[in-house]
Ligand binder design. Structure first.
Ligand SMILES: *Cc1c(COP(=O)(O)O)cnc(C)c1O
Length: 307
């Protein structure tokens, strides 16, 4: 299915950029950034990788439509709307919460890609992973194919594991990524080299749930190489403050790298903080996965960020 693999996003736009900060020289560290934010404006970062096998399966099953779940500012919703439209699939977005008087920029963009929006109460939304509920929706939408919220699940993990093809794996002692559903982290864990550490920085407060999932799901030998680093979520999902915004602005001034306030701003903040605290041994070489998501900054008041 060439359609899916070659033309939907521009993978060759992803670069590995070296961070140049005096702090790194002082500590004899090297930090590179995998710029997945550059592969597409709408299907940004890890979202393409998590979607591709879902879309492939929908097409293989001859489904004309797909549906998925998300919030009003969801990177996954806008990525799905755009990718589905480029694959010639009808898309339906099941959106958490009542329909607001004014739609978010994300939902307006999703509609421009032809996504139909269905708002459901937060209560109903909590059934999003319940097979009976999914079946009911699939029938309602005439056999539409369900893509799990955030592209989580096996097809998502499989796709995310392919991100490791975009960088020279043997160069790095530590790979660092944001953790929402943990799909990206799980995908990256597939191709870890024996001496590598994979650090996940959760952007939600519910670390215990993730930890439970992790201890159940990972092979024990890989598990020793994977660490979740809490305390950098700034109070929880999409929570923010001026410290985070100033950090993101400073980072942009010094490196030219834009970040989003929900995911990547927090992992850069966390990584720099860990470096300041001497967490990484001298000579470590880090790779930060810039997982995109810049569209989310559109929900901020103008002028909050300088980029
Ligand atoms: C969705 C998203 C993540 C989280 O990925 P998971 O696989 O859900 O852990 C990280 N960064 C950005 C920018 C995202 O949009």
């Amino acid at each position: 299915m060439n359609l899916l693999h070659d033309d939907i996003v521009n993978l060759s736009a992803a670069t590995v950029d070296a961070l140049s900060l005096t702090l790194l020289n002082e500590q004899q560290l090297r930090v590179d950034v995998l710029r997945l934010d550059k592969i597409d404006d709408f299907i940004s970062g890890n979202k393409w990788f998590k979607l591709k096998y879902y879309l492939e399966e929908a097409i293989a099953n001859k489904c004309a439509s797909i549906f998925t779940f998300g919030g009003a500012y969801s990177n996954h919703i806008i990525a799905t709307a755009c990718a589905a439209s480029r694959c010639g699939l009808r898309s339906i977005g099941i959106i958490r919460g009542e329909r607001p008087a004014v739609l978010s920029h994300t939902l307006i963009d999703a509609m421009k890609f032809g996504m139909e929006l269905q708002f459901i109460s937060r209560d109903q939304y909590s059934n999003r992973n319940n097979p009976a509920f999914i079946e009911e929706l699939s029938i309602k939408f005439e056999g539409a194919y369900c893509i799990a919220e955030g592209g989580q699940g096996l097809p998502g993990i499989r796709g995310a594991s392919e991100i490791t093809e975009l960088f020279e794996r043997r160069l790095y002692t530590h790979i660092i990524c944001a953790v929402g559903t943990g799909t990206l982290l799980e995908g990256l864990s597939f191709h870890l080299l024996p001496s590598q550490q994979l650090l996940g920085i959760p952007v939600l407060k519910g670390l215990n749930e993730l930890e439970k999932k992790w201890s159940a799901a990972t092979e024990s030998n890989v598990h020793d190489q994977i660490k979740l680093i809490p305390h950098y979520h700034f109070g929880g999902y999409a929570k923010n403050n001026n410290q985070l915004f100033s950090f993101m602005n400073e980072l942009y001034l010094h490196t030219g790298i834009p970040t989003d306030f929900v995911y990547t701003g927090k992992i850069f903040f966390g990584t720099i903080d860990l470096i300041k605290k001497g967490y990484f041994p001298k000579e470590s070489r880090l790779l930060i996965i810039h997982s995109g998501g810049l569209q989310g900054n559109g929900s901020l008041e103008q002028g909050t960020l300088i980029f």
